[in-house]
Design a binder for this molecule. Structure first.
Ligand SMILES: [Ca+2]
Length: 244
């Protein structure tokens, strides 16, 4: 019986120490939130740098930096002299901007550029204006490698508001050191017989290079229930020895 008492006392002490240690880790100490969550941490090593070439579209059309497409016009790039201002502001800056829609008929417009995004964090910033909207079916999206990261539709509260608004999208998920296609695309359906005018200008991809710290490898720890099982096993062994 002395063996059993000693084992139980040891067990209680061990559980007490284990719970105490777990409480200390949860509250702070050397375990910060990122390390304990198992998510890789990104440590910024610089300030943001704009990686877009001719984000203001001032190279005009055909544009050396952007790939242009439009089912009705051949390009989405406009200046006021060529296109008018579509009941809106026209360019946000300079002379050129990207005008999606602009006709009361089916229209698909796209403008894209391939950009290598360094490992770290990144955001896509751009200015939009929606001076004319025909229906909620019409839309403009920003996509990266075909993945939608931003969308606005022809039933948005910004419809009919004159004046550009800046949009910011966190695209850190694509900041992996590889080349990615940044694309703005729009489709106009003319469901109500008119068209939509969706404007885009001054696109920036702000990259903050960083060092990615790998997620920490979990350290196996003996849980309290495993300790109890071990103690019961030791008690059983002690009981058999006493009987012998
Ligand atoms: Ca411009």
């Amino acid at each position: 019986m002395r063996n059993c008492k000693l084992i139980i006392l040891t067990l209680l002490l061990t559980i007490s120490v284990t719970i105490s240690a777990q409480s200390t880790n949860r509250l702070g100490g050397s375990n910060n939130t990122l390390a304990s969550s198992g998510i890789p941490a990104i440590i910024p090593t610089g300030t943001g740098t704009d990686l877009v070439v001719d984000g203001g579209f001032e190279g005009g059309t055909p544009n050396a930096a952007w790939t242009e497409a439009s089912t009705n016009f051949g390009t989405t790039l406009c200046d006021a002299g060529s296109c008018g201002v579509g009941n809106g502001t026209g360019p946000h800056s300079g002379a050129f901007w990207s005008w999606f829609g602009g006709i009361g008929a089916s229209e698909i417009g796209t403008i894209s550029q391939s950009i290598t995004i360094p490992t770290g964090s990144a955001s896509l910033e751009f200015w939009t204006e929606l001076p004319v909207c025909d229906s909620g079916a019409d839309f403009m999206e920003a996509r990266i490698d075909g993945n939608m990261v931003y969308r606005v539709q022809g039933d948005d509260a910004a419809c009919g508001v004159i004046g550009y608004a800046m949009q910011t999208v966190d695209i850190s998920a694509f900041a992996d050191g590889g080349a990615h296609t940044i694309e703005f695309t729009s489709e106009i359906f003319a469901n109500n017989g008119a068209g939509s005018n969706f404007f885009l200008d001054d696109v920036a991809l702000l990259s903050v290079p960083g060092v990615v710290l790998a997620a920490p490898t979990p350290v196996p720890s003996l849980q309290w229930y495993a300790l109890i099982a071990l103690a019961l096993l030791l008690m059983l062994v002690g009981y058999r020895r006493n009987r012998a």
